[in-house]
Design a protein around this ligand. Structure first.
Ligand code: GLU
Length: 460
């Protein structure tokens, strides 16, 4: 058997973090087993699906490096196939037309609630031997419903949650085709998973209630059942479901926020899955380890600080020549064009940055004027230190422009004015970088031109 997995996002917004994590698990599972991973776009909710969203989803998949072997397959391009299967089901008696109006259905549900029963379709249009169906009303377009087995249990051994059983009496004859001829999620998903030969379905556990219907439809079609793994939701830091109202939930937001895709994947992987105590691992290691075990049964909680820590580790480890273009892109958004110094700037600042945005904040000081806070100026650029800054300016006007010579000049100024390093370094940093804390002063100064440093020191 070739393992085939898929991710099936609905294009109604950005790629959600939860969907990205499920995509990662599906992808890693397929890669682990030398199988295939398919991307399917579930666009049957015509009112809410947009092309823009499709493009954002594809871009996020690409950014994360979750490459797929087939797709994107669009459900709306498969309507003929769904129609064909529905015709077969109608002929086989596993589906039927229902002419209930919305008002009638409301009434049915009201009555059930009033009796204290669960609101379920009562099967009034379901054919049965000897049963007389109501006369077909005029002008009411029918939906098509699935003949769900009325009795018995649906049981599956969930890859994440273990054995799950739901009794058929808990569920009803669900609508598989709407009045406009568009199939519903539960039906299209089965036909697709069947046609695409999907062997393992990983998805969010909000779909657990759908799975019994899907299993029954697979069986009615005589189709082989995939294995299901329902991954728990991701909770926000307030332990509520991660939602837009509670901050960033899209992959795009993190891309823009200066996170590296490899850090994002690493963090998402650990959010609901573990391999011993390993916190940092490469995508290849994950593929090697990801066999579907060690998936957590309980919801994971989003931890922005941990993600930032993971990202910082990846930034630190990333070669400067790979980091520089990412920071250049961040600078470009601010209208700043970087130059060949950017690599060295990345090298100097990367181990104090959690994101490439933070790195760009530092880098920007080399390409645009800086504005120190009044507090920093008052505290550090004092009357007492101005003579020393003037001496430093004089010396820097003539020294050879490299780190070693700059360091020697600074030392001479300290000696001449009987100052300790911080007393001079802090005000110079404030004037040059707009901040009192930076990496070693000589290294910072050497990354500027002499002219620029003399100009900034004049602000003292
Ligand atoms: N379109 C569904 C979703 O985005 C897919 C669910 C599934 O994987 O079956 O939730």
């Amino acid at each position: 058997m070739t393992v085939r997995t898929r991710i099936a996002p609905s294009p109604t917004g950005f790629l959600h973090l939860g969907t990205a994590r499920t995509a990662l698990y599906s992808w890693a599972y397929a890669r682990h087993h030398g199988g295939q991973f398919v991307l399917r776009i579930e666009d049957t909710d015509v009112a809410r699906s947009t092309q823009e969203s499709v493009e954002q989803i594809l871009a996020s998949m690409h950014w994360l490096g979750l490459d797929y072997d087939e797709g994107p397959v669009y459900q709306m391009q498969r309507l003929d196939r769904y129609r064909e299967v529905v015709e077969q089901m109608l002929a086989a008696g596993t589906a039927y037309r229902c002419y209930c109006t919305p008002a009638e259905l409301d009434e049915m549900k009201e009555a059930q609630r009033a009796r204290g029963e669960k609101a379920l379709y009562d099967g009034r249009w379901r054919p049965a031997p000897g049963k007389v169906l109501p006369p077909i009303p005029e002008g009411v377009p029918p939906v098509i419903r699935f003949c769900n087995p009325p009795e018995g249990d649906v049981t599956w051994d969930d890859l994440v949650k273990g054995p799950i059983t739901i009794n058929n009496r808990e569920i009803d004859d669900l609508i598989i085709v709407r009045t406009d001829g568009v199939p519903t999620y539960n039906f299209a998903v089965v036909v697709d998973d069947w046609d695409m030969g999907i062997t393992h379905v990983f998805r969010g556990d909000e779909h657990i209630n759908n799975t019994p219907w899907q299993i029954n439809i697979f069986r009615a079609l005589g189709a082989p059942l995939p294995q299901f793994g329902h991954v728990p939701v991701i909770l926000g830091e307030d332990a509520q479901k991660l939602s837009k109202r509670r901050g960033a939930v899209s992959v795009t937001a993190y891309e823009e926020g200066g996170y590296l895709p490899e850090a994002m994947l690493n963090y998402l992987a650990r959010l609901g899955w573990s391999h011993g105590d390993d916190e940092l691992f490469t995508r290849e290691q994950m593929v090697g380890w990801f066999d579907g075990s060690h998936l957590s049964k309980s919801p994971a909680q989003w931890d922005a600080a941990k993600l930032a820590w993971v990202n910082a580790q990846y930034i630190k480890a990333k070669p400067d020549e790979e980091l520089a273009p990412l920071v250049a892109a961040q600078l470009a958004k601010r209208g700043i064009t970087a130059d060949e110094r950017l690599r060295a700037i990345c090298a100097l600042f990367k181990d104090r940055c959690e994101t490439t945005v933070a790195l760009a904040d530092w880098a920007a000081a080399f390409y645009a004027d800086v504005q120190a806070s009044d507090a920093d100026r008052t505290q550090h650029v004092t009357e007492a230190v101005r003579p020393a800054i003037a001496t430093l300016s004089d010396k820097l006007a003539t020294v050879a422009w490299d780190k070693v010579s700059i360091a020697a000049a600074i030392k001479e100024v300290l000696a001449a004015h009987s100052l300790k390093m911080p007393a001079l370094a802090m005000p110079v940093r404030v004037l040059v970088m707009g901040k009192a804390q930076t990496p070693s002063l000589d290294a910072v100064l050497a990354l500027f031109s002499r002219e620029e440093i003399l100009k900034r020191l004049q602000e003292a």
